[in-house]
Design a protein around this ligand. Sequence first.
Ligand code: SAM
Length: 294
Amino acid sequence: MATTNTTQFYRRSVLPYYRRLGSRWGYAMLLGRTRHFGWYEPGQSPWGFAASMRRMEVTTARKLALPAGSHVLDAGCGVGDVARTVAAEGGLRVTGIDGIESDVALARRRTAAARASRVSGASPDTDPATRFLVADYHALPFADGSFDGLYTMESFVHSADPRRALAEFFRVVRPGGRLVMSEYSRTPSAELTPRAERVLTDVCELAAMPGMMMLPHGRLEALLEEAGFAVESVTDATAHVLPMLRAFSLLGRVPYAVARGVGRGHALVNAMSGVELYRHQETWRYGITTAVRP
Ligand SMILES: C[S@@+](CC[C@H](N)C(=O)[O-])C[C@H]1O[C@@H](n2cnc3c(N)ncnc32)[C@H](O)[C@@H]1O
């Protein structure tokens, strides 16, 4: 990754957050190392995490609404499960980038394993549908107009410079290309109690999400328009992700209470986030925004 202020922030704050034992263990045990919310319809069990995540990924593929064979960038791909679902669902080619080398390596291995289960003896390099690279989405190593579409799945909230990231997204998407961003936004400070504002600030700081702090509801749309995109739709998906957050708050309640009891609540960032963000639902929303590069 090129060394810039944004990559320095990534290395100093985002990477350490994902390297924390609690973070790695929690995501591995509960979500198989994929790291995004699931989509739930009324009545669906909150504990079907894998199925709910696949539904969310399918939602991204459908909102991309690109013809089969289109080439799409996943900016912040993690271990690549989203990319594989999007590729399979939409018949798309997906390039995933992430700053975590071990996740990119795992994404390649999982792709190889998935491919091998279909075609014996295949390697990730022979899978035409997905490929994975280490890169920073603020400084993308791709030529102008390389992609027919781009999506983010809960990765843009980590941006230390949202304007710069969106300028890069605009540059690498061809005219007519499409964007889908599934991201959290925050409630403006003026509408929150001091306690709720404190919770939100602590979670964003501990989970290295300056982008979320900088994006009150509606701000992403304004920044997208400023970058040159035409915003098409914004879906408030908060109610659809809430069952998973409720499950996390139930799982995190006891460990977080114990940690708080000994003055170490902040050490369990994920348990704290689950409990406090479920308790203070007024602090955030989950939005899926679609836009097109005119
Ligand atoms: C919540 S995880 C989501 C990962 C993946 N999208 C998923 O749904 O499983 C956020 C991801 O964004 C990545 N990320 C954050 N900032 C990034 C940046 N500047 N460049 C590339 N990846 C970034 C993180 O490394 C992390 O893997």
